[in-house]
Write a protein of this length. Structure first.
Length: 218
């Protein structure tokens, strides 16, 4: 599998998320912060070091929300290139299951929430067999089976990656808290909106959904 920079970012236009000016985030910075999108873990992988903004007094690593914002833009434009029904989104994390389902429904993609049946992407004899062109994982660790099968069939992977995640098999990293209920809802809500906008050539779209619509129940 090619590395992240060569696999997905090089073919994109140089202006894709690279020219963000101060104050030009997709949503107010406070929305990112209050939803906890930036709150990482105490453990840090080497591959996620570049996305860390600082370390808090309690040892938690804080992600750079500007980089999260930039990569949501990149991921949205990348996903918009694919036929919607060939995009697969997965989550075995409890708080990721509703966001994944609503995201998939909103953009017309396919979701495998809860348990991922081994062989879904590699064994044509399975009832659940599906041939996606791109995979979106909520957490490369908990969605390891789907990630492994995507690598084996050679399709690109977009992944929400927390500070402790290994990213070697993720082609396009979205640095984000992938464990928090509101954080996951916020990222998938925003990513869905941006995919729809990218399909519309960057124009504003009718998007009545709210972050709350993506939130898993407590």
């Amino acid at each position: 599998m090619p590395d992240e920079e060569t696999a997905t970012e090089q073919p994109l236009s140089a202006s894709d998320g690279q020219d963000i000016q101060p104050g030009e985030l997709l949503i107010p910075e406070d929305t990112y912060l209050t939803s906890g999108v930036h709150i990482g873990t105490q453990q840090k992988s080497a591959s996620m070091r570049r996305f860390v903004f600082k370390v808090r007094f309690d040892g938690l690593h804080v992600l750079d929300v500007r980089e999260t914002d930039r990569r949501i833009r990149i991921a949205a434009k990348f996903l918009a290139r694919f036929s919607a029904d060939r995009i697969l989104v997965v989550s075995q994390r409890q708080y990721g299951q509703k966001p994944v389902r609503v995201f998939a429904k909103t953009i017309g993609a396919v979701s495998f929430a809860e348990r991922f049946v081994p062989g879904c992407l590699t064994n044509p004899n399975l009832e659940e067999y599906f041939e996606p062109k791109v995979l979106v994982v909520t957490d490369p660790a908990t969605d390891q089976q789907a990630l492994s099968e995507a690598v084996s069939i050679g399709i690109p992977v977009v992944g929400l990656c927390d500070v402790n995640n290994e990213t070697r098999n993720v082609d396009l990293v979205i640095p984000a808290n992938n464990k928090g209920r509101v954080a996951l809802a916020t990222v998938y809500w925003l990513l869905a909106r941006e995919v729809l906008k990218a399909r519309a050539g960057g124009a504003e779209v009718d998007y009545p959904l709210t972050i709350e619509d993506f939130q898993a129940a407590l």
